[in-house]
Design a protein around this ligand. Structure first.
Ligand code: SAM
Length: 242
């Protein structure tokens, strides 16, 4: 297990604060169209006993195939908004040991995997591999994993990797835990190497949205913004456990 309780509890505290200050809520008003388009996929496809990690997905709305929902999040405050009524809310770290093996038909990582980064580049990548390994363990045979994530254009990746020490410094100054976004190809390979089959990638292209709206690159640095047009693109990855 690659648990690092201090970094993870930092993320929990950061999101507790974001929720209290309504910072995250305000940010989400800028991404409504993407969130709705991704939710149309998730609401329509999730089945059976569902585990949603990093809160439930935005625009969650009564999935017809859902029998039971468990929502896991480090932040108790986020769970107040991102665990719908009737769901089992678990305030815990996804890298902890609290979930049963083979208990779920569907596991969804809901915009959480860019927030699990820590250490050097290699460790940031290992954290994703470890998360997918865990998803596979929690799923029944035939169950399905979904990863909802922002993926930068591959040309951004060397810049992000080389700039990691600088990003760490900047985020430390503004008290935001490290954020690393991985490329589409990375998630595709990671799902494959975690043993998922029938993998599928869908890029979210919402209708009617302002691609020139300015979006903060880091939540806690409100002045550092880029147009949504060049911001990493939202994707839904999926795969089945054989
Ligand atoms: C960007 S928010 C996503 C909220 C919502 N799911 C959405 O789609 O907008 C990321 C969430 O992941 C949670 N989180 C970060 N690291 C985590 C971890 N290691 N285990 C569980 N939850 C984590 C944070 O507390 C936060 O609520």
């Amino acid at each position: 297990m690659s648990a690092a309780p201090s970094a993870d509890s930092e993320a929990g505290k950061f999101f507790d604060q974001q929720q209290k200050s309504h910072g995250y809520e305000q940010l989400k008003t800028l991404t409504r169209a993407q969130d709705q388009a991704a939710a149309d996929i998730l609401n329509g496809e999730v089945q059976g006993r569902v585990l949603s990690i990093g809160g439930v997905w935005e625009c969650y709305h009564n999935p017809p195939g859902l029998k039971q929902l468990t929502v896991l999040d480090l932040s108790e405050n986020m769970l107040k908004s991102y665990a719908p009524s009737g769901a089992r809310a678990v305030a815990a770290d996804l890298y902890g040991g609290q979930l049963e093996a083979g208990a779920f038909d569907t596991v969804v990582f809901s915009l959480v995997l860019h927030h699990v980064a820590q250490g050097g580049w290699g460790e940031c990548e290992s954290r994703i591999h470890e998360a997918l390994k865990r998803a596979r363990l929690w799923l029944k045979a035939g169950g399905k994993v979904y990863v909802l994530e922002y993926c930068p254009h591959p040309l951004w990746m060397p810049l992000q990797r080389l700039g990691l020490p600088l990003t760490k410094l900047l985020l430390k100054m503004v008290k935001q835990p490290l954020v690393v976004m991985h490329a589409r190809g990375f998630y595709e390979k990671a799902l494959d190497s975690a043993g998922f089959v029938a993998c599928r990638t869908r890029r979210i292209i919402p209708h009617r949205f302002n691609e020139w709206a300015l979006f903060p690159v880091f939540m806690a640095v409100s002045w550092f913004k880029m147009p949504v047009k060049i911001y990493p693109k939202m994707h839904v990855f999926s795969g089945s456990k054989p």
